[in-house]
Structures are given as structure tokens and as C-alpha cells.
Design a protein around this ligand. Structure first.
Ligand code: GMT
Length: 397
């Protein structure tokens, strides 16, 4: 065990068990992979031996990271679990667990990945080898797959068989209990972000004839309702506010989104930027006056946290976790900034109201980054995970 390691100069009491730890996650654009990869990287920086099992050419892994990256055949995006990919993945997990003598596997995202992990645990047990499986729930694993009859029972069985289960928000923990009728509530460990990267940069848009820059940052899946962001832009412009929309991200609704912009007559005011690196994202955010989160459901909404850390206020939906995240920053914020999913008229009205109230707007810009530091610190997240892993060994594990 190491004494007093630090993360970005913050001390972290490392009571990580001596067991080696691996983190398994999806390798695509999604937030669960981002959270898991950063967690692996940050724990590595405390001097621990952490392995990251994720898809080849994973989105969030880069050469500058010191984590032990092991490509495995995990899917890149949430994928229904079928034996054709789950069983081979389990065999790869067994191989790497045995090769590197790993004792704890933290699985980020339930569907498919946790079945592979539990299959590995079971087969290792027949060789008298112990693998503890700690599952982190991220969102649609519960809110989408948990509601589908063909996945629900398998998912519940898997969750019950894990040694520990966490969720990224209280809202998601409650959904898991309710949807799957769980007897044990998952432990909540909120996500955190890299505040050395996500911080306000000098503003670009300071001219008098200001065009407001809105942005929508997502993987353009149906659950994000990206077309609503374009409708909100059209409504804001219709209310006389000169605005454009930066669509940041890539995904299944890209073509429909472009067509929607044309059909609403705002195509020249919508810029599709595709997916970006985290550094590029911070730079784009420094052009932005406001972020639109139009999702049907979000367990947490990492994109909103990143924007607010860069001083970009968010107008969004009551979609679950977002309300919890911004409500923790300030109890008044959900009422001020959120409306029902799909209610683009109210969302546009809230945007207009903010831009027409420079005092309220500026106060948000000035105070959000500091509040995020207080409520979503990396240090707390790491401490919570290390404490949890420590409970997996020794008595009662
Ligand atoms: O659960 C998903 O839909 C996928 C997952 C991902 O990989 O992007 O997203 C979830 O995890 C993020 C990180 O914890 C959260 O910020 C997102 O809110 C959450 N997405 C949903 O709940 C739809």
C-alpha cells in the first residue's frame, strides 16, 4: 500500500487493497467509457497497478495515459447481450485475469459486460481462483434494457450476483431498485471530470453585435432527442435572438438532424462539428453561451457537468440525473433551467429569458465552475471507489 499519493496535487488516502484491479468498459463515444477510462488513469496516477479492459482503438484511451490498456472484444456502444460476444469476452477476461493475477474487476455498464465478468468469475472459481466483481451502473443499462422483458430477468440476476453494485446518481440507484425490484440499493458514487482540462478559457465572442452560440453535445442517439435542439434554436431565433447552434458529436441521428435544420429553415445557423477530442471540446465550449441538453433520460449527464465547469450554463430537461446534478449546485436551478423532455417551446422561452437577464446569466457563468469543484471533486470520487474496493477484501468481502 502507498502512503499519501496525490491526484492533481490533492492528497488521496489510498487504502486500495493489495489486489490488482481491472476496469472493464465500452470503448465508444459514450460517457460510461469516458468515466471508466479516466478512473483507471487517475487510480494509476496514485501509483496503483490498474488494468483497463476495453475495445480496440477505444475512444477515450490516448497515448499520454499511463494506464495498462488491454484491448478486448467489448463492444463500443451499449449492445444487447448475446452469447456470441459475451462468451468470447469472458474467455479473454479469464486469460488476462490469470496472466496478471488480478483480484478485482470493476465493470462499467451492465448489459453484456457484467455477464461476461460473472461467467469469468464462475469459471475461475472452478480453478479455486477468486475474482470479485464490482458493477457500476451508468444509465440505459437500467432505464432501457431493465424495462425490456427479454433482458430484465437476466440483468436482475447478474446484479444480484455481483459483489458490489454502484450507480452514478441517486436517481439511477432509485430507478434500479424500482425497475428491477432490487432488495439492496446500489451505492452512489457520482461521476467527476478533469477540472484541469474543463475550466473556463478566455471568451472569444466579445463583440457588440453578439450572436449567441448555443451548443448540443451528444452521441446523437434517440434518447438525446438531438432534433429538439434544432427546434429550440429555430424558436429562439423566431423570438428575435440572433443565435446559432453548434452540434458537437456524431451518431445515428446525424442525417435526420441535418434534414430537420433544412426543414425548419435554419440550416445556415447550425454547424455540425462531428466528434471532438476532450481538448477540442473545451475550446469549442469557450465559444459557447449556453448548452442545450434535450435528453429524454440521463442518469447523470457528464456533458452538462463539463459545460458548466467551463462556465457554460445549461438549459435542459427534467430527465432524471441532470436535475440531481444541477440541484446539488443550487436548489433553485432545476426550476430556472429545466422543462419537460420534448417541450421545446418552454426550453426556448428559458433560453430567451436567460439572455434577456444578463445579471442572472452572468451570475451563473461566474459561479458554476466553483460550485462544480465543491460538489463533484475528483478527489471524492476516487476516495469513494478506493473505499469500495477496499471492502472487497478481508472480512465480509
Ligand atoms: O447508459 C447509457 O445510455 C450509456 C452511457 C454511456 O456510455 O454514454 O451513458 C450514461 O452514462 C454517462 C456517464 O455516467 C452519463 O453521464 C449519462 O447520463 C448516461 N446516459 C443515459 O443515462 C442515457
Amino acid at each position: 500500500m502507498l502512503s499519501s499519493p496525490t491526484i492533481n496535487n490533492y492528497p488521496v488516502t489510498s487504502n486500495l487493497p493489495s489486489e490488482k484491479i481491472a476496469i472493464l468498459c465500452l470503448g465508444g463515444l459514450g460517457g460510461s467509457g469516458k468515466v471508466a477510462t479516466e478512473l483507471a488513469q487517475q487510480l494509476t496516477l496514485t501509483g496503483n497497478s490498474i488494468f483497463l479492459f476495453t475495445s480496440p482503438q477505444a475512444q477515450w484511451v490516448n497515448q499520454n495515459q499511463s494506464v495498462n490498456y488491454i484491448p478486448v472484444s467489448a463492444p463500443k456502444t451499449p449492445t444487447p447481450s448475446i452469447p456470441q460476444w459475451v462468451e468470447p469476452l469472458a474467455q479473454e477476461i479469464i486469460h488476462h485475469i490469470e496472466t496478471h493475477h488480478i483480484g478485482i474487476l470493476n465493470v462499467h455498464y451492465a448489459v453484456g459486460l457484467v455477464e461476461a465478468a460473472l461467467l469469468a468469475k464462475q469459471q475461475l472459481a472452478t480453478k479455486h481462483k477468486t475474482l470479485k466483481v464490482c458493477l457500476t451502473l451508468h444509465g440505459s443499462d437500467i432505464t432501457k434494457f431493465g424495462r425490456e422483458v427479454e433482458y430484465k430477468y437476466q440483468l436482475k440476476k447478474s446484479i444480484i450476483n455481483c459483489d458490489r453494485v454502484t450507480a452514478v446518481s441517486h436517481w439511477l440507484a432509485s430507478q434500479a431498485v424500482k425497475i428491477l425490484d432490487l432488495k439492496t440499493r446500489p451505492t452512489v458514487i457520482h461521476n467527476a471530470i478533469d477540472l484541469n482540462l474543463f475550466q473556463p478559457l478566455p471568451r472569444w465572442n466579445t463583440n457588440q453585435k453578439h450572436t449567441y452560440n448555443l451548443c448540443h453535445v451528444s452521441n446523437l442517439r434517440d434518447v438525446k432527442r438531438p432534433l429538439d435542439a434544432i427546434t429550440v434554436l429555430a424558436r429562439v431565433r423566431g423570438a428575435g435572438i440572433p443565435a446559432r447552434l453548434l452540434m458537437i458529436g456524431d451518431g445515428p441521428n446525424l442525417t435526420r438532424a441535418r434534414q430537420h435544420a433544412i426543414s425548419l429553415g435554419v440550416a445556415e445557423h447550425v454547424v455540425f462539428l462531428g466528434s471532438t477530442t476532450p481538448l477540442e471540446l473545451v475550446r469549442w465550449l469557450s465559444f459557447c453561451d449556453l448548452q442545450l441538453v434535450t435528453s429524454e433520460s440521463e442518469s447523470f449527464c457528464l456533458a452538462a457537468l463539463e459545460a458548466m465547469a467551463c462556465s457554460v450554463p445549461v438549459v435542459g430537461t427534467f430527465c432524471g440525473g441532470l436535475e440531481e446534478v444541477i440541484g446539488l449546485l443550487d436548489k433553485q436551478l432545476p426550476e430556472l433551467l429545466l422543462s419537460a423532455p420534448g417541450d421545446t417551446a418552454t426550453m426556448a422561452a428559458k433560453v430567451v429569458q436567460l439572455f434577456n437577464n444578463p445579471q442572472t446569466y452572468q451570475k451563473l457563468r461566474n459561479t458554476l465552475p466553483e460550485k462544480i469543484k465543491q460538489h463533484f471533486s475528483r478527489q471524492t470520487q476516487l476516495q469513494n471507489y478506493t473505499n469500495l474496493f477496499a471492502t472487497l477484501v478481508g472480512h465480509g468481502a
